[in-house]
Design a protein around this ligand. Structure first.
Ligand code: CAO
Length: 559
């Protein structure tokens, strides 16, 4: 057992860095390399690792203190012998490395190979820039390239960001100048002394002048360099030739850089694709900890799995579970027709996008039916089948003219309404391959026989699969008649961008009160669904009432 003094290690040239986190407490048992404290300077934040495994006896720094290389952090009790040997070995190794790094000047930036004293003539000179002393780290990842060829940078501006096990750091420009090339890329591994790129430097004062033009580098004491796109702050006097940047991304990165978190947490956040600004911090001084990150991810996974949404909105529709129906009995799985798939997609889109209201009424079509039947024979002679559908088309066209609030579409910009001065009506047709809606044009201008002829021709073409795309486009309104099939009522789905659809059910003979007695009347159940964004209830009430009155008085329909 030996008591060892733990000191601040080589900080890669940085001095007076802030202690931003104390990661252990007195009495904790730590493994070698476990983080003891986290320090942060202008350019990087880094974990200070335990030099030995053991038990923490004391911590002599506090959050907010400033420390430099060699300052005492605390004491640790180890199984090894006393620390003097190790300390001596370490300092000997340091000295040796300083001596052997003669080809890499030991100035603070330490990156310029063959850097010369500024010449007096102001001539341009290309200099190779190498990776500086990484504080003992080797083969660190290049996680960001902060500049590109042609960029002018000030001394100290970030060129690339590297990240090792314990820290991430900016590699700063060793002098002001122009970037000629950056010879590493994101994902590369680099070590001290590796060539990073080439810069053009003007000897004799010019670089300093250029550097002055650059705005002050943003002070971000809690910034983790990996998240900081340095070129933002390194604006040049000329507009950048690079493609337009995604400024929203820059904002995100800047915001993330302002989050208070250590390098290990930031690295983990990056690996998991978590935006740190979204994580609720629980550490001292609102520091985001690894636990916070894990809690955030757990919460997101839970939300995604449950499909839950907050009260704030969003559809958040839970996914349908996959069910093996064969466990309940024999099944046959067959492909859906193209029409069926399209209808399904359109129905879902319209159902989810359109706020529907459906209004009901019954039209007394006793006289209409008497008239229709009286005309049936004549119609047949003309080769036309006179069903209620042409009458419905005619009545709907009249209503669209009388109540033009239904003959509209909402503009996609959400700020305009499109009013139509034509009356084309779609007619839902049930075919073996699915539902199709051919469109009859200029219904308001056509007579009953013409409409009957066109409706049956369109229905036949639909069933034979002979409709052309144009035959199904341009409707202002749709009629869906299930009268021949049955049912007392249904709520049709608006066929957007139309704003209204009329659902027609089977007529029924019902006793109606005429003021003196109940009389049998042929009542046709109608359901008008409409898009409440475009049409209000009053307009819908007037539209349906008008339509019912037209069907009730066949003379008006013929006018
Ligand atoms: N009540 C009672 N009988 C009705 C009726 C009603 N509302 N509507 C039609 N009929 C009668 C017709 O008068 C005809 O009888 P007769 O031969 O004795 O005259 C019989 O039903 C069959 O009519 P039809 O189907 O040949 O012609 P139609 O004009 O009534 O309908 C069409 C044409 C294309 C609308 C229809 O065939 C069709 O496909 N309907 C289904 C529409 C659909 O699927 N809608 C749901 C879409 S989902 O919103």
């Amino acid at each position: 057992m030996a008591k060892q003094v733990i000191k601040v290690p080589d900080l890669g040239g940085a001095d007076q860095v802030d202690v931003i986190e104390i990661s252990v407490a007195v009495g904790d048992t730590v493994a070698e390399e476990d983080s003891l404290i986290v320090v942060e300077g202008d350019k990087a934040s880094m974990d200070v690792p335990a030099p030995y495994a053991g038990k923490i006896l004391s911590i002599s720094v506090s959050e907010g203190d400033q420390v430099s290389e060699g300052d005492v952090i605390g004491e640790i009790e180890t199984d090894a012998g006393d620390d003097s040997g190790a300390a001596e070995e370490e300092s000997a190794a340091e000295e040796e490395s300083e001596e052997s790094s003669g080809d890499q000047p030991a100035d603070e930036s330490g990156q310029a190979e063959e850097e010369e004293a500024p010449a007096t003539g102001g001539e341009e000179k290309e200099e190779t820039v190498t990776v500086p002393d990484l504080g003992g780290a080797d083969a660190v990842d290049v996680i960001e390239i902060s500049v590109q060829a042609g960029d002018e940078v000030a001394e100290g501006d970030s060129l690339i960001v590297v990240e090792g096990d314990k820290a991430s750091m900016d590699v700063p420009a060793p002098f002001a100048g122009t970037v000629v090339s950056i010879d590493v890329k994101e994902g590369d591994k680099v070590s001290t002394g590796d060539k990073l790129g080439v810069m053009k430097v003007v000897s004799g004062g010019a670089p300093a002048a250029k550097a002055e033009k650059k705005p002050e580098k943003k002070e971000a004491p809690r910034e983790e360099p990996a998240s900081t796109p340095a070129p933002e702050s390194g604006a040049t006097t000329e507009p950048p030739a690079a493609p337009q940047k995604d400024h929203s991304l820059e904002r995100d990165l800047t915001a993330a850089a302002e989050v208070y978190a250590g390098p290990a947490v930031r690295k983990l956040a990056r690996e998991l694709g978590v935006t740190l600004t979204k994580v609720k911090p629980s550490g001292p001084r609102n520091r985001v900890t690894k636990d916070d990150l894990h809690a955030y991810i757990k919460e997101q996974v839970k939300k995604a799995e449950s499909g839950a949404v907050g009260v704030g909105g969003g559809l958040g529709i839970a996914k349908m579970p996959e069910i093996d129906f064969s466990q309940f009995g024999p099944v046959d799985v067959e492909p859906m027709s193209k029409i069926h798939k399209l209808t399904a997609a359109n129905m879902a889109r319209n159902w989810l996008n359109v706020p529907h209201v459906t209004q009901f009424d019954d039209a007394d079509i006793t006289e209409l039916e008497d008239f229709r039947k009286s005309m049936k024979a004549e119609a047949e002679k003309r080769g036309v089948k006179l069903t209620p559908v042409p009458f419905l088309l005619k009545a709907a066209a009249a209503a669209l003219r009388a109540e033009p609030s239904f003959n509209v579409s909402l503009h996609n910009d959400g700020e305009h309404i499109v009013r139509k001065d034509y009356v084309h009506i779609g007619m839902a047709v049930d075919t073996p391959k699915g539902l199709v809606v051919p469109v009859i044009r200029d219904v308001d201008k056509k007579g009953l026989y013409e409409l009957a002829e066109e409706a049956s021709a369109m229905a036949a073409a639909a069933r034979d699969g002979k409709l052309k795309p144009r035959d199904m486009q341009g409707a202002c309104f749709t009629i869906s008649s299930l009268g021949a099939i049955g049912g007392t009522g249904f709520t049709p789905i608006v066929n957007s961008p139309e704003v209204g659809i009329l659902g027609v059910s089977r007529l029924a003979v019902r006793p109606e009160w005429n003021g003196q007695e109940f009389v049998p009347r042929k009542m046709l159940p109608l359901a008008l669904s409409y898009d409440h964004r475009a049409v209000n209830g009053g307009d819908a009430g007037r539209f349906l009432t008008y339509l019912v009155s037209m069907l009730a008085d066949v003379r008006r329909l013929l006018l």
